[in-house]
Design a binder for this molecule. Sequence first.
Ligand code: SF4
Length: 448
Amino acid sequence: MTDTFVRLKASLADRYAIQEELGAGGMATVYLARDLKHDREVAVKVLRPELAAVVGAERFLHEIQIAAKLNHPHILTLIDSGEADGFLYYVMPYVQGESLRDKLHREKQLSVEEALAITQGVASAMAYAHAHLRRLGVVAVMRDCVLHLDEYSNFFKVAQRFDYVVMETAIASRVNDHYVAKEVAKHSSVILVGPYATAVAPRMIKRPEVYAVLRGEYEKSLAACLESGKGGVYEFDEWRDVDDAPFPTRDKSIYAYKMARHSNALNMWGSRGCPFHCTFCYSQRFQCTHKYRGHGPERIRQEIMDVLVRFPKLTYIYFDDDTFNIGNKRVCEIAKVMKGIGLPWGAMCRADTTGLDTFRAMKDGGCVEVKIGIESGSQRVLDEVVKKGLDLDVVKKVVPALRKMGLQVHGTFMRGFKGETPEEARMTRRLITELQCSSYQLSDLRKQ
Ligand code: SF4
């Protein structure tokens, strides 16, 4: 018997007789116990003491509050919760039988019927509590096929075990997306998401292989679609308070992602949306509305800590927001949080939405690089074609100042805008030379 087991047994002795350890995960250990008051077997989930110190009682108790509100056949109800002798715990009914993982280990491959039954169970629970699943430790099946270099034959074999397959689409990969959707639809209902599906939703839904198209951010509409069991086009339905959204799923493949020069980088959002209306911007037209929704500094700290506890080898953080630096006060507070975290970081920014003092606070908080969207060297193109609302005089003042502060600046530019003259394209080239960014990218819209 370990010390922890003995201490836990003693601290809960008046209510639960702890019997044995049932299993342990990264966050918590689950014990079989007898509920002394009701004379029944229960499962007691106890947060690991070392995590309790890092994550804090507050977050664990918040999760318990959320769990207490859930009522679904595929989610165990909460019986009790509390803190005893420093242990944070909650109690659920004990369900006998093996775990899905054990079953897969034992049988290697499930029958299609069994797989469908299990998937349906998980999927409908997702539909009910999609936003809360990860917080509760329920695992959604997610696969980055590009990262894992999945072969089509293998992907189709796996996909056919599921009732629903949700596929991200993009304009550049649309031909391939159609092919994959057709194959997958032979066995599963295909739900399409992403910019391409969003842009052509009315046309897309008429294709026989497409069950549903979810426009824009799709966490909530995916839940609605699965819960209702109805296909069709689902319109934009965004999180208003993004701090209510669960942390995104991250597994060990996080170590395979790279951000520019940084391996072992955490890519995350500090906000969603953007208050600007650049005409070329896919994010604003196909991903969300123009409403800017920023995460609070504390939520950002919690998300990063949640990741670092599980993936301590991460060495860099990148805020891949539409526009990270909105609101001087908020950005300075985030910079303070980042200073406490102590890792170098970078962010996608605009030159004109925060002052130089705020950029200085970011630098002081460990920021080492910013990406700045500039697009064109012609004020006319920016004003009349791109409608970016950006004054090039500000850019010419801010970018050298950022370089002087010691920040790396990556400038993003474009050419080939509709109505752009050859001279205006040359102005962009000249601006790139003048600004002396640490690095830059020049995308050619004529090749898109
Ligand atoms: S500022 Fe950036 S994110 Fe915002 S609309 Fe323009 S290009 Fe899109």
